[in-house]
Design a protein around this ligand. Sequence first.
Ligand code: AQP
Length: 331
Amino acid sequence: MEKKIVYSAIQPSGIPTIGNYIGSVRNWLSLQEDYDCFFAMANLHAITVRHDPALLRRRTLELAALYIACGIDPEKCTLYVQSQVPQHAELCWTLNSLTYVGEMERMTQFKDKARNHADNINMGLMDYPVLMAADILLYQTDLVPVGQDQTQHVEIARDIAIRFNNRYGETFRVPEALVRKQGAKICSLQDPLKKMSKSGENPNDSIFMTDDRDTILRKFKRAVTDSGSEIVCSEEKPGVSNLLAIYCAFRGCSMAEAEREFSGKGYGEFKLAVGETVADALSPVQAEQARILSDKEYLGGVLSRGAERAFKAARKTLSKVYRKVGFYQGE
Ligand code: AQP
């Protein structure tokens, strides 16, 4: 039987946070065993806000090395850089004509980013969800593992796929978002009502995947907790609940187990335990990422094989799309 297809990506728009890891990469590890997985460095998306070109190039490679260091196996899945597969931009252009400006204006991420980058509300920023729809639909994806913040974008990708199929005939598989219950939204350590982001303004909001032990312990020590002293997961305790979710993700335990473990303990002890757990987990990943990055030949080989595989799959879908919409493709 043919394996189902999984697509997911991260933008190299900054140093990935433990939010990206918990909400995204961590979930890819089990999927790669049973599905045909495409994992990308979404660098086309990363230029929708102002960026430094040299840094973008470096962050793209760092992200690829991080995926592998976290356990993504390039022999089992297709690991590639988005800009090396031109069909992403080509399909995006085609899908633009089936997408309404009003729909894009209503997207939560667009509204947030437009607010935060008021001097640079460019077409790319607004078009981000259409490019993401193209990313997903190009591979005839069944499942898109994402954090909660991206579910609205997967929803619009589904709408666009259905619209295209209705207008031109069956072409795209309609994908589904895969969102894990626990860890789907890791929040800022300073403002637990806000999502942890790799491009946030205050570095104390986030634990970056490259933070050293002292930095991690310091950030957790300063993390905002809530009134009262009980260490339980509840809506009234967003700070404590967020720290518990992080602890569970790295410990591989359930919320109930974590609550039991910290029952009767103080916030100080709790935050130190979370910090140490995260630091212990990240240290070998960081060493492995550095090792992979220094082996340029290996990493270059992985990415060129990945781009070749992705290109072949993407070409198949795009050629079908071009035929359906009536683009001349030669005799
Ligand atoms: N805080 C989070 N908790 C859980 N999952 C998260 N993701 C991001 N932040 C969290 C998931 O990580 C994947 C990659 O995201 P992305 O790089 O494509 O863009 P994003 O969602 O906009 O992530 P960031 O870190 O907030 O990036 P910037 O700051 O550049 O906008 C997605 O699956 C996302 O759900």
